[in-house]
Ligand binder design. Structure first.
Ligand SMILES: Nc1nc2c(ncn2[C@@H]2O[C@H](COP(=O)(O)OP(=O)(O)OP(=O)(O)O)[C@@H](O)[C@H]2O)c(=O)[nH]1
Length: 370
């Protein structure tokens, strides 16, 4: 079955199976989530985008948690004790709004201005779990037809990033800075002016050890080439061919600073039975059934893969954030006799050997038994 799988839960909003089309519909607007630890440079990045000339009509939703810039403050209008959202049109064609909550309401409100913008950037608070925000786009039936999630961008402080990543958390609690890197499609290591080459290498290695898939940019004052940040198509299968190539280059990582979050990848040749694959993923994501050598449950934050199903000429793309995942057909065809399934898991307490063994016995061999 193509489309989204989600754990049944009373708290869930109305669910719709996501269409298994290879890419978003032409009139859907991409949304990029901008996240990053407190003070990393998210607002600087968004202000830069809002004031640069780039011929793009971008709607930016600023999160006003934290100190906030002058621009942010000027936008937050208090109205009878409540904050009401006001969209401002800026000189370079951008729209801007400042919000207190997770921004979903602002997006709904923004949709009334459809036609005035082509892209949405949503900043989350420094302590938010961007995966949770991303998941909301996946399951919100109403928004799902208007917008699609293009990617998650995490801004990292070159100077304090390492310290933030190594902050000890009480047992069982996840390091937020590490989680934001784990879930990212792109990381921007910002404030490179404040570190030397050696420190920069350390933070780069730390990022890479958590997320073996993520692209890394390095900036001062969050000055990026917009084309490297927008239109990543991280969650749809439009770039299926790209993903297959990219996954080939990913390597499993070793525990580095945050000992609990890392990347595990492996490949298995041949066709996979779809049902067994679904059961395996659900056991992993929902039931947290697999444990590492210390008996700690493996928790996946991000999941990506290219898999092969019997009788399907096209490659299938597997995507997951936290407990949500989807399997979609890509436009990419398998070459004759060269069907290689590649899976990448980013998460906590992952043990490559155990995960691979479980995968082979449940999905590959399990199928042969039936
Ligand atoms: N030296 C230096 N300072 C920077 C750079 N980029 C941003 N800053 C400064 O760092 C501070 C924090 O930047 P913000 O963009 O507000 O960070 P943020 O991630 O939005 O912060 P919160 O909203 O509090 O989560 C500001 O004073 C910026 O001027 C940089 O590349 N180098």
């Amino acid at each position: 079955m193509d489309g989204m799988m989600i754990e049944e839960d009373d708290d869930c909003p109305e669910l719709v199976p996501i269409d298994a089309a290879s890419g978003p519909a032409a009139d859907q607007i991409p949304v990029t989530i901008i996240t990053g630890y407190l003070g990393a440079g998210k607002t600087t990045l968004l202000n830069y985008i809002l004031t640069e000339q780039h011929n793009k009509r971008i709607a930016v939703i600023l999160n006003e948690f934290g100190e906030g810039s002058a621009l942010e403050k000027s936008l937050a209008v208090s109205h009878a004790g409540e904050l009401y959202e006001e969209w401002l049109e800026l000189r370079n064609g951008c729209l801007c709004c400042s919000v207190k909550d997770n921004g979903l309401k602002a997006i709904e409100n923004l949709m009334e201005k459809k036609g005035k913008f082509d892209y949405i950037l949503l900043e989350t608070t420094g302590l938010a779990d961007p995966g949770a925000v991303a998941s909301m786009f996946w399951v919100d039936a109403e928004l799902g037809s208007d917008i699609y999630l293009d990617g998650i961008v995490t801004v990292i402080d070159a100077k304090y990033g390492l310290q933030q990543l190594t902050e000890e958390k009480a047992d069982g609690l996840i390091n937020e800075a590490a989680r934001q890197i784990a879930v990212a499609d792109l990381t921007i290591i910002n404030k490179t002016d404040l570190v030397n080459e050696e420190e920069l290498t350390q933070i780069r290695d730390a990022v890479r050890s958590i997320n073996g898939l993520v692209k890394i940019l390095e900036t001062q004052k969050s000055r990026v080439d917009l084309s490297e940040v927008l239109d990543l198509h991280s969650f749809d299968s439009k770039d299926g061919a790209n993903l297959a190539e990219k996954l080939q280059l990913v390597k499993s990582t070793r525990p580095h600073l945050d000992k609990t979050i890392l990347t595990v990848t492996f490949e298995v040749a041949g066709d996979l039975p779809e049902d067994a694959l679904n059961v395996f993923i659900q056991d992993l994501l929902w039931e947290k059934m697999f444990k590492n050598k210390e008996g700690k449950p493996m928790t996946v934050i991000r999941l990506k893969g290219i898999v092969s199903f019997a009788g399907k000429a096209h490659q299938m793309m597997l995507q997951g954030v936290h407990e949500l995942y989807e399997l979609n057909e890509t436009p990419q065809l398998w070459e004759e006799n060269r069907r290689i399934n590649r899976l990448v898991f980013i998460g906590r307490n992952l043990d490559k050997d155990i995960l691979q063994e479980q995968f082979i016995s449940a999905v590959v061999q399990g199928a042969k038994k039936n």
